[in-house]
Design a protein around this ligand. Structure first.
Ligand code: PLP
Length: 392
């Protein structure tokens, strides 16, 4: 079937809310994917930061196949071993006393659960979030989203929240009060344009929350599972949030996400406060368990830090040699952004890169975002990055 036929089918029956590239992908292995015409692409976007162990990692594929042939769905009213293994592992990995988790199907649902549980914990009405933040598109998550483009059309349906500039602890101090339920923040803003706060920002937010009785929610859907060179982004500041969300990389391509809470927060919830049909199903948990095993065995957190530093240096050298085009480079680990001066030019890059065999994304208007699989071979990474740089 030709691409034109596929496009006609999409045009007839898909709700037109996304712009697609004129490519249909059929298979992937490691950091490479192939389309219906047999063309190969290096994936520097990892399915939006998801395929952290590469496409179709044999350990993940085998774990899914094995679990799929045993048991896929039970509901949460039964114990299952894959779920128990996963919540044990998350408690072991997570900082401080974030010992309890609830499993969901995607990052948005994890954020929804986090907001609900926060409100349950202290009963307060006010949420503070940051401008440029991305937390998902359901009404609750959207209410703390920091992008007017996403929020405005649905404003009438949402609760008012307070939005402050990201990275500005003074603004947080001015906004927080005894009515504040929680501050929700990404340790590094991903969708907003790869914004890294100054060191100590999360520590300041932690202090403000402690002083006012508000909760700190770290949205680690994009930054978690090694993306920034630590298992979780909050570790850069050594901060323990009250609630932490995970998604994307947790399933390595299988939809699974989670929110974790401290023992203190967990004490405030009651049976019936939250629930889900699919969240925490054995198949999703088996996938997440396999991903966490691979991340550990292949030392991918350390690799994200070391390869990310090399990538940052490479981009910075390019930026310094091309100051007329590049404003700056920012990022942590294997989440790096090349900030271009010309947003119009930036917008042309993903389509041109695709023609040249590289999948890359532009976010925040003018930021070329590099977030490949954490185990991408070094030569493949730099070859593909150089293809992108040749198009800037
Ligand atoms: N939170 C953050 C920080 C994200 O980056 C995203 C997605 O990009 C979400 C939440 C929403 O996750 P999902 O698309 O899996 O619902």
């Amino acid at each position: 079937m030709s691409l034109t036929d596929l496009q006609a089918r999409e045009a007839a029956h898909f709700i037109p809310v996304v712009n697609r590239h004129p490519v249909a992908l059929v298979e992937g292995q490691g950091s490479l994917v192939r389309d219906t015409e047999g063309r190969e692409y290096t994936d520097l976007m990892a399915g939006w930061g998801v395929t952290c162990i590469g496409h179709c990692h044999p350990t993940l594929a085998a774990a899914i196949a094995d679990q799929a042939s045993r048991l896929m769905q039970t509901t949460n009213i039964f114990y299952t071993l894959p779920q128990l293994d996963l919540i044990d592992k998350l408690a072991e990995l997570a900082p401080g006393s974030l010992n309890r988790s609830f499993l969901t199907n995607c990052g948005t649902e994890a954020v929804e659960g986090a907001l609900k549980v926060a409100h349950r914990a202290n009963g307060r009405p006010k949420f503070i979030s940051t401008l440029g933040a991305f937390h998902g598109r359901s009404l609750g998550a959207l209410s703390v989203n920091g992008s007017a483009k996403h929020r405005e059309p649905y404003k009438a349906l949402m609760q008012e929240t307070v939005q402050i500039p990201f990275g500005d602890a003074g603004a947080a101090a001015a906004a927080i009060d005894a009515q504040t339920c929680a501050i929700i923040v990404e340790p590094v803003q991903g969708e907003g344009g790869v914004h890294v706060p100054v060191s100590g920002y999360m520590t300041e937010l932690r202090k403000l929350c402690d002083n006012t009785g508000a909760l700190l929610i770290a949205d680690e859907v994009q930054t978690g599972i090694g993306r920034t060179g630590k298992m979780f982004g909050v570790e850069h500041d050594g901060v323990v949030p009250d609630i932490m969300t995970l998604g994307k990389g947790l399933g390595g391509g299988f939809p699974v996400a989670a929110f974790l809470v401290t023992e203190e927060v967990a004490k405030t919830v009651q049976v019936g406060d939250h629930g889900t049909t699919f969240g925490g199903n054995p198949l999703a948990c088996a996938a997440a368990n396999a991903v966490l095993r691979v991340v550990e065995e292949e030392k991918l957190v350390e690799r994200s830090a070391s390869l990310g530093a090399k990538l940052a240096a490479h981009l910075r050298a390019y930026g310094e040699a091309n100051r007329e085009k590049v404003e700056l480079v920012r990022g942590l680990g294997l989440l790096q952004g090349l900030v271009l001066r010309d947003a119009k030019q930036a917008a042309t890059i993903p389509a041109r890169a695709l023609q040249a065999g590289v999948i890359v994304n532009v976010t925040g208007g003018n930021v070329v975002r590099f977030f490949p699989p954490l185990n991408i071979p070094e030569d493949q990474l730099f070859e593909a990055v150089d293809v992108v740089l040749s198009l800037v």
